[in-house]
Design a protein around this ligand. Structure first.
Ligand code: NAD
Ligand code: UD2
Length: 308
């Protein structure tokens, strides 16, 4: 029987890559997206795109007919925008997740795979983040992502809803919008390099991230679906590489690929809510999902640069 997935936030950066993979496997896909940061033209024409709000419980209920898994990716993803619109972001990031979990339960406990975030760990300079670590969110975005994990756990306990939350570290790849001032750093730095603009670094550039390629994240999402379909309860895993890169090193790597000499660098004040160091432990995902990131930073950046 043909599988059918609902992808919330499917017109966005990560969601649209997931949709491509599902379609290539011959699956039916319905996308729910309000197009607040996603774009309809990220999606191929054969996908059913429903423009609507992920907090709309009735709409979610109607979209779940025949669906065997929900991938919940819709969110306000910019930490800075979540700070400037705290309540609006909370409504979507926590309220939207509760709406999805609730609808999944009411439709017969459809497994849910939801996007959590490395941001829930807060500042762990020098330490690799493990799922068993105490989370210490330092932004409203992170606090809502952590609360969403707790909601999934409560829904599993009370109603038996199976789910897997994936704590994505910093995802990069084609289609990550570079135009917004709050865009992901790799898309911005590549766009700056292409246009020979200076790289603006918030802070000293020694902050680090565990950058993971979007193709690997999609693989992790599919493996999480398999696990959610087999195992009861609410589970949570890091999706990361286990390798840390500072922003200054990132600029050097992009310069090496572009082959146009060294970028000009300008420093601006560090952002509030910004994490200093972030690196994940990939072991639990390896053990339980059979997942290991296949793309190293250099080949991921090479591919991204070629796609620009
Ligand atoms: P994105 O902004 O490209 O995708 C988010 C999508 O959600 C967009 O298409 C947007 O239009 C949609 N959306 C927002 N509010 C909505 C609402 N109320 N109703 C319906 N749709 C709505 O961002 P992304 O990078 O693809 O992020 C996908 C998920 O992964 C998010 O949950 C994000 O928090 C999580 N995540 C991303 C990263 C990263 O590095 N990009 C890291 C950790 C976690
Ligand atoms: C990203 C995700 C967020 C989250 C987290 C998980 C985006 C937009 N945000 O947040 O959703 O889940 O990862 O770890 O994808 N920076 C600069 N100059 C720039 C842009 C950024 O110096 O022009 C810095 C920024 O201050 C930060 C680092 O680069 O120190 C990464 O910033 P980001 O916005 O790409 O991602 P982050 O980690 O805030």
């Amino acid at each position: 029987m043909q599988r059918k997935a609902l992808v919330t936030g499917g017109a966005g950066f990560i969601g649209s890559h997931l949709v491509d993979r599902l379609l290539a496997a011959g699956e039916e896909v319905v996308v729910l997206d309000d197009l607040s940061s996603g774009r309809a033209d990220n999606l191929p024409p054969q996908v059913r795109l429903v423009r609507g709000d992920v907090c709309d419980a009735d709409l979610l209920g109607r979209l779940l007919a025949g669906v065997d898994c929900i991938f919940h990716l819709a969110a306000r993803v910019s930490v800075q925008l979540c700070i400037s619109d705290w309540m609006g972001a909370h409504r979507v990031n926590l309220g939207g997740t509760i709406a999805v979990l609730h609808a999944a339960h009411r439709a017969g406990n459809i497994p849910v795979v939801h996007a959590s975030s490395a941001a829930i760990y807060g500042n762990r300079a020098g330490a690799t983040c493990r799922e068993t670590d105490l989370p210490l969110p330092i932004s409203p975005y992170a606090a809502d992502k952590l609360a969403a994990e707790h909601q999934a756990a409560a829904m599993a306990e009370v109603h038996g809803l199976p789910s897997v939350g994936l704590r994505f570290f910093n995802v990069y790849g084609p289609r990550q919008d570079a135009a917004s001032p709050y865009a992901g750093v790799i898309s911005k730095f590549c766009a700056n390099r292409l246009a020979d603009r200076p790289q603006v670094i918030f802070g000293d550039g020694q902050q680090s991230r565990d950058f993971i390629c979007v193709a690997d994240v999609v693989e992790g999402l599919l493996r999480a679906r398999d696990l959610a379909g087999q195992a009861p309860g609410a589970q949570v895993f890091n999706l990361c590489t286990g390798t840390e890169t500072t922003l200054l090193e990132l600029v050097r790597q992009i310069d090496a690929i572009a082959g146009r000499g060294a970028s000009a660098i300008e420093h601006a004040p560090a952002r509030s809510g910004d994490i200093r160091a972030s690196c994940g432990c990939p072991q639990a995902a390896r053990d339980r999902l059979g997942f290991a990131a296949a793309t190293d930073m250099r080949s991921g950046l090479d591919r991204l640069w070629d796609a620009l």
